[in-house]
Design a protein around this ligand. Structure first.
Ligand code: PMP
Length: 362
C-alpha cells in the first residue's frame, strides 16, 4: 500500500486505524449484513452510533450538561449564517474579531442578517498575529462576540481565549477542535466542520449552551433554527449517517490514545519540530505567523524566492508529500498537521526540508 505523507488542510488525514476499521465494516456493519450507508437513521443500530458519538465527544471535551451537542450539515459556512439568524436581534450588534479570511466570511454573512461591529482586526498586519487583549474592543450592545480559534489559512491560533464577564463568546473551531483542551464554559456556542480533526466532510459539530435559545426568533426556517435540532437530537431530517459513523470511530481512536491531553502533547511535539526546522534554517524558510501566534495545526512558511518555492513544492510532491501549497489567497507553503498526521510524517517532512535547504543554500 502506498499511502502518502498527507498535509492537506481539509479534508485531511484520517487515522489509518480508523480507515482500516471502516473498511472492515464497509459491507457489513458488525454482522448486520448492511453498510452504515444502507440502513435507516431511525434504526437502533444507527441510534447507538449517533448517541455514542455525542457521548464520547462530551467525555473527551468535558462538555458540561447545560450544553447541547448537535450534528448538523451545511459545513462551518452555514454556521456563519445560522449564528446571526438565531442570536442577532434588532438593536444589537454581532461583534466579530477578524483574524483571517474565515472570520471575514463569518462577518460578511452576519452583515446580511443584522448590525455588526468589528471589535478587532488583524488586517493591518496581514493577519500574521492574534490581537492582544488591549486591542480587543466591545460595544455596549453586543449580541455575542465571534472569534475564529485557529486561522487555517494564515496559520495563527488563539492561545488564550478572550474572556469578559457578561459577553457571550462564539467560536469557529473548525481547524483546531479536539486538538487541545478547551474551556467550554467560556463559550455560548462552538462550531466546527468535521473534515480536519473529527472525520470526513459532511457533518458539522455544534456545542451550544441551552439557555442561549430562550430568545431566538420564532419565524426562522425550520432547518436553520437550532431549536429544531435540539428538540429532535439532530435527527429532524436524515443526518449524514456515514460521516457521523466515521466521526464516532475517530473519537474512539482519540480516546484509545489517551484523549485530549495526550493528543495535545503530541500536537505540540509535531509543531515544535516543524517550527524548529523553519527557525534553524536561518531565513531559508521563514514562518508567516508571528512566533507567539503560531498555530499548532497549520504551519505556514515561505522560501526566499518564488521559483525556489515552486521547486520545493514540486520536489516535495515527487517525494510523496501532499498538500504543502499555501492557500491560493496568500501563497507560500502550509503544512497542516492535524491530530491524525503521524509524528513520522512530520519527521520525514523536516528531513526533506533540511535536505532541500542544503541542496539550494543561497
Ligand atoms: N472556518 C474555518 C476556520 C475553516 O478552516 C473552514 C474550512 N477550511 C471553514 C470555516 C469553512 O468550512 P466548511 O467548508 O465546512 O463550510
Amino acid at each position: 500500500m502506498n499511502r502518502r505523507f498527507n498535509f492537506n488542510a481539509g479534508p485531511s488525514a484520517l487515522p489509518l486505524e480508523v480507515l482500516d476499521q471502516a473498511q472492515s465494516e464497509l459491507i457489513s456493519y458488525q454482522q448486520f449484513g448492511m453498510s452504515v450507508m444502507e440502513f435507516s437513521h431511525r434504526s437502533k443500530e444507527y441510534k447507538a452510533i449517533h448517541e455514542g458519538a455525542v457521548n464520547l465527544l462530551r467525555e473527551l471535551l468535558q462538555i458540561p450538561d447545560d450544553y447541547e451537542v448537535l450534528f448538523l450539515q451545511g459545513g462551518a459556512s452555514l454556521q456563519f449564517s445560522m449564528v446571526p439568524m438565531n442570536f442577532l436581534q434588532d438593536g444589537q450588534q454581532g461583534n466579530y474579531f477578524i483574524t483571517g479570511s474565515w472570520s471575514q466570511k463569518a462577518l460578511k454573512e452576519a452583515q446580511k442578517v443584522g448590525e455588526t461591529f468589528t471589535g478587532a482586526t488583524g488586517e493591518h498586519t496581514n493577519f500574521s498575529r492574534i490581537p492582544t487583549e488591549e486591542e480587543l474592543t466591545y460595544s455596549d450592545n453586543d449580541a455575542y462576540v465571534h472569534i475564529t480559534s485557529n486561522n487555517t489559512i494564515h496559520g495563527t491560533q488563539w492561545k488564550e481565549f478572550p474572556k469578559k464577564a457578561d459577553k457571550t463568546f462564539i467560536a469557529d473551531m473548525s481547524s483546531d477542535i479536539l486538538s487541545r483542551s478547551i474551556p467550554i464554559e467560556q463559550f455560548g456556542l462552538i462550531y466546527a466542520g468535521a473534515q480536519k480533526n473529527l472525520g470526513p466532510a459532511g457533518v458539522t459539530v455544534v456545542i451550544l449552551k441551552k439557555d442561549l435559545l430562550k430568545d431566538t426568533p420564532e419565524n426562522l426556517p425550520t432547518m436553520l433554527d437550532y431549536r429544531t435540532h435540539v428538540e429532535k437530537s439532530s435527527l429532524y431530517n436524515t443526518p449524514p449517517s456515514f460521516s457521523i459513523y466515521m466521526l464516532s470511530l475517530v473519537l474512539k481512536w482519540t480516546k484509545k490514545y489517551g484523549g485530549i491531553q495526550a493528543i495535545e502533547e503530541w500536537n505540540k511535539q509535531k509543531a515544535n519540530l516543524l517550527y524548529h526546522t523553519i527557525d534553524a534554517s536561518k531565513g531559508f524558510y521563514t514562518g508567516i505567523a508571528d512566533k507567539d501566534s503560531r498555530s499548532s495545526m497549520n504551519v505556514t512558511f515561505i522560501l526566499p524566492e518564488k521559483q525556489l518555492e515552486e521547486l520545493f513544492l514540486k520536489e516535495a510532491e515527487e517525494e510523496g508529500f501532499v498538500g504543502l501549497k499555501g492557500h491560493r489567497s496568500i501563497g507560500g507553503c502550509r503544512a497542516s498537521i492535524y491530530n491524525a498526521v503521524p509524528l513520522e510524517s512530520v519527521e520525514a517532512l523536516c528531513d526533506f526540508m533540511n535536505t532541500f535547504h542544503q541542496k539550494h543554500n543561497i
